[in-house]
Design a protein. Structure first.
Length: 482
């Protein structure tokens, strides 16, 4: 009898345990499901024109993963920088974001900002893998980001009003781009309109853009870049920069440059160009995208040619470092795997074709432009980049500690664009003297920063800026850093 009662107690006890375990499993499954449903990926960026395209990708992902929501916030670049720093310090960083803080990506990596992409067995397409560099988008062999845009582009192609150049006696499909001929064209246009309209308009007030333009034109004229990679020396006092200054100053002295230029940023300069106050404007591939969107009635008048050079038969390459990563996953992200899956939607052919159709900075996959529905001048300007642009060495890839030197370096003023602005305003009489002073000041500041960082125990030296195996006009590839 006792055995029977004991057996019954054991049976009931086991049944209760089984029910309890089953209930616990149900509870765990429910909790797990709830946790999955609570995956909210927060994405911040400043790419307003890309929002409709990205929204398609987000909507598609959320349809396939009903446990995931994507919360997007669009910021002004300056406000985004501040918001990212505040959110990181308070441990509320968005899951996905671009680096707009003016700090090298490698430094943010060392400071613990990023989480690696959870790629698992996913094999990135060759065009993307080919532009991933250790110390740039990869760290310790892991991929942290990838570019969606090509870095082989510049902001100084020659955009022109076809009707205005025709009135001055030029072929709308074939305008010259050598300095001497282009300066004459600008003068001829100004004369054709009796000085009421001008040959060219420039965004002299837009210092960052003008600095980029001056650097790129100097490279096309023969400079290796702001730095000579054979010696590590700055080149701002070279004859190549003088040629660029002489070209701009010559047009200005001819009376061919719109007098309002000194007070204009790029947007204002473009608006006056579209209003047909000037025939020529130097701008990037995105120029036609802005025109098509905001000034469609002007679209048929737009022509484009290559970047101006001193001698059309002796063009040099415009050099760029590797393309930086576009979006990064926060080290504070709780769902890095999900964030990775969402970002992988930005690697498909369809995405790059639609990216090209925005007619902005060229997409990383150049072949997408031919498949895209874009204005003919966009195809033309992207084809110019293929001829004009090459990958240059990057000291950060040689030694990631170089990023600490860059972060330590202070801005030097007046810089080249400010010196040119001074010439236009009459505040600078001898630009050559000012360029030499700037070159010397940059050299001194870099040396100071190197010593400061070295004194903190970091291994870095001027040798990190010297690349004996660099060949002008050829791509500096990842294997050349060995």
């Amino acid at each position: 009898m006792k055995k029977t009662v004991l057996t019954m107690i054991l049976v009931v006890s086991m049944a209760v345990s089984m029910l309890s375990a089953a209930g616990q499993k149900e509870s765990d499954a429910s909790a797990s499901e709830t946790a999955e449903q609570e995956q909210n990926i927060i994405w911040w960026d400043h790419y307003l024109p890309l929002v409709p395209l990205h929204q398609e990708i987000w909507d598609s992902y959320m349809e396939e993963h009903d446990n995931v929501s994507i919360e997007y916030t669009q910021y002004d670049p300056n406000k985004l920088s501040e918001a990212l720093q505040l959110s990181f310090r308070s441990k509320q960083s968005p899951d996905i974001f671009p680096n707009v803080m003016g700090v090298p990506d490698s430094k943010l990596y060392h400071d613990g900002w990023f989480s690696p992409m959870e790629l698992g067995d996913t094999d990135l397409r060759k065009e993307i893998k080919d532009v991933l560099f250790e110390g740039y988008t990869m760290f310790d062999g892991k991929t942290y980001s990838f570019p969606i845009f090509s870095n082989l582009n510049h902001p100084a192609s020659t955009w022109f009003n076809k009707e205005m150049v025709v009135k001055a006696g030029y072929d709308e499909d074939d305008i010259p781009v050598d300095y001497k001929s282009l300066r004459k064209l600008a003068a001829d246009v100004t004369e054709a309109y009796n000085g009421e309209k001008y040959g060219a308009i420039l965004p002299i007030k837009f210092i960052p853009r003008m600095n980029d333009t001056i650097d790129d034109m100097a490279m096309a004229a023969g400079a290796p870049g702001p730095i000579d990679w054979k010696t590590g020396n700055y080149t701002y006092d070279s004859s190549y920069y003088e040629k660029v200054f002489d070209f701009f100053i010559g047009m200005y002295e001819d009376g061919s440059v719109h007098p309002a230029s000194i007070n204009l940023d790029m947007r204002q300069a473009r608006e006056r160009w579209v209003a047909e106050e000037a025939a020529l404007v130097l701008d990037g591939s995105w120029n036609i995208g802005v025109v098509v969107k905001n000034f469609p009635e002007f679209t048929d008048k737009v022509g484009v040619s290559a970047l101006p050079v001193p001698d059309i038969d002796n063009k040099s390459a415009i050099n760029r470092g590797p393309a930086p990563g576009t979006f990064w996953i926060s080290s504070q992200a709780e769902n890095a795997e999900t964030a990775t899956e969402i970002l992988l939607g930005l690697t498909e052919d369809e995405y790059f074709i639609k990216l090209a159709e925005r007619m902005d900075q060229p997409p990383l996959i150049a072949s997408a432009v031919e498949k895209a529905d874009v204005h003919e001048t966009y195809k033309e300007v992207v084809s110019f980049f293929t001829e004009e642009m090459r990958y240059a060495p990057d000291p950060v890839l040689k030694n990631s500690n170089v990023s600490l030197v860059y972060a330590e370096m202070r801005d030097i003023h007046p810089n080249p664009a400010e010196i040119l602005q001074g010439v236009f305003s009459g505040a600078v009489d001898d630009y050559r003297k000012e360029l030499t002073k700037y070159n010397e000041a940059m050299t001194k500041e870099r040396n100071r920063a190197i010593e400061k960082v070295k004194n903190e125990g970091v291994e870095v030296s001027l040798e990190d800026w010297i690349f004996p195996n660099w060949i002008s006009g050829e791509n500096y590839t990842s294997d050349m850093y060995q």
